[in-house]
Design a binder for this molecule. Sequence first.
Ligand SMILES: Cc1cc2nc3c(=O)[nH]c(=O)nc-3n(C[C@H](O)[C@H](O)[C@H](O)COP(=O)(O)OP(=O)(O)OC[C@H]3O[C@@H](n4cnc5c(N)ncnc54)[C@H](O)[C@@H]3O)c2cc1C
Length: 424
Amino acid sequence: MAPTGHAGRNKMKVIIIGAGVVGVTTAWYLTELGHEVTVVERLPGPAGEASYGNAGGICPSFAGPWAAPGMPLKALKWLFDDFPPLKIRPRLDLAQWRWLLSFLANCNPTSFAENKSSMQRIAHYSRHCLSELRLKTGIRFDEADKGVLQVFQTEEEAEGGRRSAKVLMELGIAHRFVETPEIMRLEPALKQADASFAGGLHLPEDGTGDSHLFTRALADLLIARGCRFHFNTAVTALERDGGKIARIRTRSDEARDSEMSADAFVLAAGAFAPSLLKPLGIDLPVYPVKGYSITAAISDDQAAPVSSVMDEHSKVMVTRLGNRLRAAGVAEIAGYDRALRPEARKGLIARVKTLFPDACDYEQIEFWCGFRPMTPGGPAKVGPTQFANLYLNAGHGSNGWTQSCGTARILADLMSGRRPDVEL
Ligand SMILES: Cc1cc2nc3c(=O)[nH]c(=O)nc-3n(C[C@H](O)[C@H](O)[C@H](O)COP(=O)(O)OP(=O)(O)OC[C@H]3O[C@@H](n4cnc5c(N)ncnc54)[C@H](O)[C@@H]3O)c2cc1C
């Protein structure tokens, strides 16, 4: 299944907009197929946005849409929570309301099943692609293959876990519903938790890793192979010539305007993709769903998670990344507001402290927020557009680190006239 090392179509000059994990993995697979790739990124380095501080879960078993049949009711209940997993801050913004309505329209069993099955297929393929890439390159990113444990605090949550287990069984995905003694065996530090558990779902094939370290290391490998990166360079417009994109306009840090042309263009700008497409008449339904994370050095190894614990009660995921602990959660639907809200910091710390009270010094944390590039239905937008040489790879939502290698490889195959291993 490895790429053959030459382009099925003629070798192309490709410009990729965005050096997040999606843009850089796309650059990798296009380079593998023999194309000449340039990546344009407005920040000083790779993975400075959503790919920087995510929860670090490489979790195909979790891949699925947030737009699910019971979600509207859950969202209503969360209105009264102190630390709600989802918060909607209504704005005078048509894009927000259209996205929310479309999200609601997807909260039905049929759309959920279709979206889930598509995301599962891609996420598992992606895990396979990442394993191959690791073998081939020896890339290191505080990675581990020790599974993920989802823990439930209430009977209602555990019931949801049993339902998920049934779906996983139908999909043939390795999993185990576990009771408290087994939870403590898998994650001994939870013995110190100030919480009791009604059960857990263990996903032994899921893994963990730092997508920021990964993306940086992959970009270094690409640079060594001749791939060009233009950092501190924002793309300000895509200019069309009839049914094709002729060039991109850019602005550097020193406010120098320039232009670049190529045979093909890939938009991998995460949550920022819609604004570049709008002038071309393409309405991309991707909205920024803000999340937060904290990262701290682990001070007591025995008191920290062995791998990753997904706390279903708060929807906070706590992951060991080497000798650091990363915890991430919260979904705020509030546009591109970058405010680091103290209540989110307080809520995250409180939840992680409940589970792992002595794992680290919670006064010494890095607090971060980022935008999940979410489509209302769940699956990312990957593939061609109405412009013959413009392709999309954006909208990976809460599962983009997990899906990045898979969608990148599928897109690289499509662009090279090859049949992808997996249908989109
Ligand atoms: C709190 C949180 C927790 C998460 N946890 C997980 C997890 O555990 N597992 C998982 O799989 N996923 C997780 N995700 C999701 C994952 O982080 C994202 O889906 C993924 O990082 C998206 O990657 P991307 O490359 O598409 O976007 P980004 O990483 O946002 O990259 C887009 C890049 O495009 C650049 N760009 C934008 N506009 C322009 C322009 N005009 N010109 C030039 N460059 C531009 C940006 O600067 C940025 O570098 C989480 C996300 C959050 C926020």
